[in-house]
Design a protein around this ligand. Structure first.
Ligand SMILES: [Ca+2]
Ligand SMILES: [Ca+2]
Ligand SMILES: [Ca+2]
Ligand SMILES: [Ca+2]
Length: 211
């Protein structure tokens, strides 16, 4: 009986660890038909749409399900606006941020920002008078191009993100839940046009953390 318990216990541990290896953390795939998890800022206009269809067999298109999020906007000075979502997740268990994007002829780029809690209070302290900059916690960023019409899967290793605020936070990428930290607190996408007076358009889907 005792032997059986140990074997069963070992099997359970093995099952647990392989399940953990295969899992991912879904931030949003928009399959609830809303973008209610996201806040929107400045001149980005979000809209839930059916994912654009493509002529050829496309595994990314097939993984987009019924709904995706279209983001459009225009600017007279490069910056358009963006969207963000608040989380409290131990992102140390993962190593990449992945997202699918259908681009447009306008081009432009999207800056992805990860906010992580460095002073153990699950709050992002921000300075309203200084462009909402974080005062206690790290922000990490990477820039992606908005490619032409067609699906692109971006799978970005955390190691590609740069510290947006050297000297603020602890300047270490540690979105874990050690010392009461809330871990990864926010993911934000900020859109910038290709021209000073320009437009952006992109369709976003399957935003997740993975290995
Ligand atoms: Ca979807
Ligand atoms: Ca904090
Ligand atoms: Ca920093
Ligand atoms: Ca940090």
């Amino acid at each position: 009986m005792k032997k059986f318990t140990i074997i069963a216990g070992l099997f359970f541990l093995f099952a647990m660890s392989s399940a953990a290896q295969l899992s991912f953390y879904l931030i949003d795939n928009f399959e609830d038909g809303t973008f209610s998890k996201w806040f929107v800022f400045d001149r980005v206009q979000p809209k839930i749409i059916m994912p654009p269809s493509v002529d050829k067999k496309d595994l990314i298109a097939e993984s987009c399900g019924e709904y995706a999020l279209q983001l459009k906007g225009s600017t007279t000075d490069w910056y358009v606006g963006g969207i963000g979502t608040n989380l409290t997740v131990d992102a140390n268990e993962y190593s990449r941020l992945q997202l699918d994007m259908f681009g447009s002829p306008y081009g432009g780029k999207v800056k992805i920002e990860l906010y992580e809690d460095d002073n153990g209070n699950s709050i992002i302290e921000q300075d309203e008078s200084n462009n909402w900059s974080a005062t206690k916690d790290d922000i990490w960023f990477v820039e992606l191009p908005i490619l032409g019409e067609g699906y692109t899967r971006f799978s970005i290793p955390f190691s590609a993100f740069k510290d947006a605020n050297p000297g603020v936070g602890d300047d270490k990428f540690n979105p874990d839940k050690m010392n009461n930290s809330g871990g990864l607190l926010r993911v934000q996408l900020v859109f910038v046009a290709d021209q000073k007076e320009g437009e952006i358009e992109a369709v976003l889907d399957n935003v997740l953390l993975t290995y």
